[in-house]
Design a protein around this ligand. Structure first.
Ligand code: PFF
Ligand code: NA
Length: 452
C-alpha cells in the first residue's frame, strides 16, 4: 500500500516546508524592491490568486486523485502524458544537486558567524578563503574541504529523513524544522526592526513606485516569483499530495499552503530590508546603494552587516544562517523525494533502494559543485534550468492538462468532492487561459534571453 501522511497538519507543514526556501528569504525581498516596492504587491497578489493557488490546487488534485509520483500520476491521467512527469523529475534532480551546495555554505556560515570569522573583507573571504576560487586553474577539479564536509552533512540529513519514509521521516522532520524556522526567523525580524535605520529600509521596501506598474516585466517578475516560490512544476506537490488520504481536502490545503508561503515571504522582506536600512544608515548612504539579493546578499552583504551590529551579533548571524539551513533542507528533502518516489513507482523497488540510487547519485553529482570551479558550474546549472526548465515545464503541463487531455472538468469534480471549499469557473479560466499565456510569454522570453 502507498505510504500516507499521519495528519493533515503534517501534509500542510511538508508542503509549506517545500515552498518556504531560499526563494523566500533572498529572492522575494529583492524582486519586490526592484519591481515597484509597495506597488509590486498588486501584481504579486494577482499572480498568487490567478496562477499560484490554482496551480497548487491542480497539482494537489492530480496527486491525490491518481496516487502516484509525478510520472505515474501523469501516466494514469493519460498514458501519453507520462513524460511530462519525468521532465519535471529531471528538473528537480538537477536543482537538488546545486541547492544542496548552497545549504552547505549556509551551514558553514552559521558556524563562522559565531566568531565572525569571515573578517572585514567578506567578499574576499567568500570567494578566496571559503570557495577557493583564487587558485591556479590547474587546481579547478580538486575538492574544497570547507564545502565538502558540510555538504556531506546536508546529504546525511536529507537522505536519512527520506530513508525513514513519509510519516516517520518527511512529516516528522518538517514538524521539527518548520516551527524552529519560524521561531528563529521571528527573533531575527524583531531584532531587525528595532535596529537604528530600520524604518528607512522598510520605507524603501514598501514605498510604492507606480510608474512601472503596467510594464510586462513587473508582471512577469511577479508570476515568476510565485511559480518558483510555491515549488510549482517541479513534481513536488504532485508527489506530496499522492500520500494524502483519499478524502483529504485539496482545495483548502492549497489556499493554506499558498498564503503561508506568502506570509513568510512578507516577513522575510521586512527582516531583510530593516537590516539593509541599518546598513545604509551606518554607511551614510541610501538603501538603493546596499540593496541586493541572492548569493551576494546572503554571503557577502549580510556578513558585512552582521560585523557592525550592536550587541550579540554572532548570535544574530547564527540565527540567520541557521534559518537558511532549515528552510533549505525542507525544500531539498521535497525535491529529492520527487525522484525517489518516481524510481519506486517505475521500477517497483523499495524506498531504501530508491533513496540509495536516486539520492546517492544526486549527492555524488553535487560534489562537482564543491570543487574549486564549483561556483561557475553552479551558475551554469542554475542558468540552464531557469532558461529551459521551469517556465517551459509549467507551460507544457498546464496546456496538456487543460487543453490536450481536457482534464480540467474531471479534476475539478474530484477536487470539489473531497473539499469543503469548492472551485468554480474562475479556476478553469485561470488554468486554461491566464496561466498558459503568462507561462508562454515567460518561456519564450527566457529562451530569447539565453540565446542573445
Ligand atoms: N520553493 C522554494 C523556494 O522558494 O525557495 C524553492 C524550491 C524548492 C525550488 C524546491 C525548487 C524546488 F524543487
Ligand atoms: Na517559497
Amino acid at each position: 500500500m502507498r505510504e500516507q501522511w499521519g495528519t493533515r497538519a503534517g501534509f500542510i507543514l511538508a508542503a509549506v516546508g517545500s515552498a518556504v526556501g531560499l526563494g523566500n528569504i533572498w529572492r522575494f525581498p529583492y524582486v519586490a524592491y526592484e519591481n515597484g516596492g509597495g506597488a509590486f504587491f498588486i501584481p504579486y497578489l494577482f499572480a498568487l490568486l490567478t496562477a499560484g493557488i490554482p496551480l497548487l490546487i491542480m497539482e494537489f488534485t492530480i496527486g491525490q486523485k491518481y496516487r502516484g509520483s509525478a510520472p505515474l500520476s501523469y501516466a494514469r491521467l493519460n498514458k501519453k502524458a507520462e513524460w511530462i512527469g519525468w521532465w519535471q523529475v529531471a528538473i528537480s534532480f538537477v536543482i537538488a544537486t546545486y541547492y544542496a551546495v548552497i545549504i552547505a555554505w549556509a551551514m558553514s556560515y552559521s558556524v563562522f558567524a559565531i566568531n565572525l570569522s569571515w573578517g572585514e573583507d567578506t567578499g574576499g573571504f567568500l570567494f578566496g578563503e571559503y570557495l577557493k576560487l583564487d587558485v591556479d586553474p590547474g587546481q579547478i577539479g580538486s575538492l574544497v574541504p570547507g564545502v565538502f564536509i558540510p555538504l556531506v552533512l546536508v546529504w546525511i540529513v536529507a537522505l536519512g529523513v527520506l530513508f525513514a519514509g513519509v510519516k516517520k521521516g518527511i512529516e516528522l522532520a518538517n514538524r521539527i524544522f518548520i516551527p524552529t524556522l519560524v521561531i528563529m526567523f521571528l527573533i531575527i525580524v524583531i531584532r531587525a526592526v528595532t535596529l537604528e535605520g530600520a524604518a528607512i529600509g522598510l520605507d524603501a521596501f514598501f514605498k510604492p513606485d507606480w510608474s512601472e506598474i503596467l510594464s510586462p516585466g513587473v508582471w512577469v517578475a511577479a508570476y515568476g516569483q510565485i511559480f518558483f516560490s510555491l515549488s510549482i512544476a517541479f513534481a513536488i506537490m504532485i508527489t506530496y499530495s499522492s500520500y494524502l488520504p483519499r478524502k483529504a481536502d485539496v482545495n483548502n490545503n492549497a489556499f493554506i499552503a499558498g498564503f503561508s508561503n506568502s506570509g513568510f515571504e512578507l516577513l522575510a522582506g521586512i527582516g531583510v530590508f530593516a537590516v539593509l536600512g541599518f546598513m545604509a544608515t551606518q554607511a551614510g548612504t541610501t538603501v538603493g546603494e546596499v540593496a541586493a539579493g541572492g548569493i551576494g546578499l546572503a554571503f557577502v552583504v549580510f556578513p558585512q552587516i552582521i560585523n557592525s551590529l550592536p550587541g550579540l551579533n554572532g548570535l544574530f548571524g547564527f540565527l540567520f544562517f541557521a534559518s537558511l539551513v532549515f528552510a533549505g533542507l525542507s525544500s531539498l528533502i521535497s525535491i529529492v523525494e520527487t525522484f525517489v518516489s518516481a524510481l519506486q513507482d517505475k521500477f517497483k523497488i523499495s524506498r531504501t533502494k530508491a533513496v540509495l540510487f536516486g539520492g546517492g547519485l544526486s549527492a555524488l553529482i553535487s560534489l562537482l559543485f564543491a570543487t574549486q570551479g564549483g561556483l561557475f558550474l553552479l551558475d551554469a546549472a542554475d542558468h540552464f534550468i531557469n532558461s529551459f526548465g521551469v517556465a517551459l515545464a509549467g507551460l507544457v503541463s498546464v496546456v496538456a492538462v487543460s487543453w490536450f487531455f481536457k482534464q480540467l472538468n474531471p479534476l475539478q469534480k474530484h477536487g470539489n468532492e473531497v473539499s469543503d471549499l469548492r472551485t468554480g469557473t474562475w479556476w478553469k479560466v485561470c488554468l486554461g487561459v491566464i496561466t498558459p499565456i503568462v507561462l508562454g510569454y515567460m518561456a519564450v522570453q527566457n529562451i530569447i534571453n539565453s540565446i542573445s
